[in-house]
Ligand binder design. Sequence first.
Ligand SMILES: [Zn+2]
Length: 497
Amino acid sequence: MPEYDLILRNGSIIDGTGAPAVAGSIGISGGSIAAVGDVSGDATAEIDVAGMVITPGFVDVHAHDDAAVVRDPRVDFKIMQGVTTDVVGNCGAGNAPANDQFRPMYAAGFGAILGGDGEIPWRTTAEYFDAVDAARPACNVAAYVPQGVIRMNVMGSERGRPTDEQMAEMKRLVDDAMQAGAIGMSTGLIYVPGAYTETGELIELAKVVAEYGGIYTSHIRNEGADVMKAVAEAIEIGEKAGCGVQISHHKSAGPGAYGLTKETLPFLAAARARGVDVTIDVYPYIASSSSLAAMYRVGRGAAFEGVEAIVASVKYNKEKYEGRYIRDIAADLDLPIKEAVAKVLQDEENTPSVIMFVMDEADVRRVISDDHCMIGSDGLPTDGKPHPRLYGTMARVLQTYVRDEGLMTLEEGVRKMTSLPARKHRLGDRGELRKGWAADIVVFDPATVADIATYDDPRQYPAGIQYVIVNGEVVVRDGTQTEARPGKMLRRKATGA
Ligand SMILES: [Zn+2]
């Protein structure tokens, strides 16, 4: 019996901690990293990776593939960019738990943007996690329990405070999810019903999460002119509940808010200095993407005034709407922008997703350069023409912000996608190339790695990513995805951190 299943020979090893690259090889055995550095001994297979870097597999901390990992378990759009762990359940949105009240709301809402068909075969969080395992996805999956889903299960889309009974039931469902192995709780406080949820209610739920060592992650209440207040709320929830905090897809959006990250980043640093475990993530683009209906609800269409936006996916009128600028659709319909959006929503039963160019590149650069910022794609696995971040996020960081702009070293860029998110999200033996740790690995050429996906033609895999290994099995070989689907649900342990 050869000592190793696979040896990656003669690469440049970047271990994920930010430490400088060193020349060496990696030996893999039984799904784990068995040797790092000078590897002697024989192997069932060897790959010469001279000229390339070997890094830990990338962790996409902000994914919306909740349904996609079950329905489309090859998740090619993630695997081909080197993502070996996909973190789902973000922005308060998801598909578990699912009682009879939640099911139709899901089909009419979140369902369209999470890569599903509106059907939910499970009822509890534990059953959803089992369904992920049964689907055998190509990458590993970790999940937050989504607060919006919890509230819909208990209160529907009711406004106002929960009764004592409703509060107790929501806590029970969060507890249930944490016991099943959720890594924390997410909120989406611009969406219904997150927007109806007061800070105190969130603190109560976050206390349950804290008991398990989970974290509170939030699409905060305002990413525009009031972003500072919203950041402060997230920090307050973490401090009062006693858990770590993650600010999702951090930005200051809309022309009136450009530059506000100059204030939010020092504010976050000050919170850390007094002991709050608060970190952020970002996607490397100046355009956001979300549900068209949800964005329309913000000020009845005001969000689209003076903003370039593209309808990314629709259900029925593909030729008429899909991939087109809203200003062009409005001109064709001879309607003002707001009314044109309302018409698209009506024609498409509220299902479209939208791309909006709402950020300033200077803010993106500032946020991505922050030492406590990790990378999350926020990709929406929809039909049509999704935001290119679904395919290109990790490659774009390595190409644009590391190689072209030199905002950070390659080692630092890799750290933002590996050890930083793995530690924060309690992923255990992942995120670093260490002997005995899980063999989630990426091999790429730092000179040619490139994001190819565009807004016009988003379904394109990155260039330069040669090998991807998940749990010791090769899922990308010579730049092509294999048939292997070795991923699994990564559950937090029921007790302790
Ligand atoms: Zn979000």
